[in-house]
Design a protein around this ligand. Sequence first.
Ligand code: ATP
Length: 219
Amino acid sequence: MAKKQVVVIGLGRFGASVARSLYNLGHDVLAIDSNNERIQGMMGHVTYPVAGNATNDIVLRELGVPDYDTAVVAIGSDIPASIMACVILKTLGIGYIVARANNDLHGITLERIGVDKVIHPESEGGTRLAHNLFNPNLQEYLEMAPNFGLSRMRVPGEFVDKTLKELGFGSPRDKYGLAVLAIKRGRDVTLNPDVNDTLRTNDDLILAGRDELLERLPS
Ligand code: ATP
């Protein structure tokens, strides 16, 4: 992927992990937080860690923010500061702005002022937990539409050494009503696996389907 210039504002747990991951993926990351200690903690983990108030447009101009392609506003609890930072970033002409919303009203406000993508990490985390709570094999869940999602599931013991066909995935006698998109084995991923592929201990299945069918998988 081409190297991007990204500014990340607010380095709580969420913002810091976004900033670090972007930097590790090879992008140029300017990380801004008003708290100096948080900035100290980012030394060596992003390209430019800078202490500054993101609700001050002069500060952002002086840091060269107008030259950045993308901004991530990860300020959570200080909603006015989050909104103000987004308005300034819009005014500075940043092409793509992603912001974290603390609640629904915050999210709607961010959309209204032209934020390109609003994320709700807390409620998305909550949805994931609800789906994973009673099936320890379900490692991740991503909602694609109401009642429809993608799951990464650790292969349960009773699936080990069986083929997808023997287990009843796919035609002719589709037992689960789920699409098997991939099998992940260590670092290898087999996309669109064959029904004759055999599952091994510690494999992960990437499945898509209706929630009620995903929940029926053995735990
Ligand atoms: P998380 O839930 O991600 O751990 P948090 O609970 O530590 O975050 P938040 O209130 O969401 O705290 O703020 C995230 C970060 O945003 C904090 O490190 C805070 O210092 C920073 N921040 C808040 N207001 C501003 C601002 N005006 N300019 C720059 N940074 C700010």
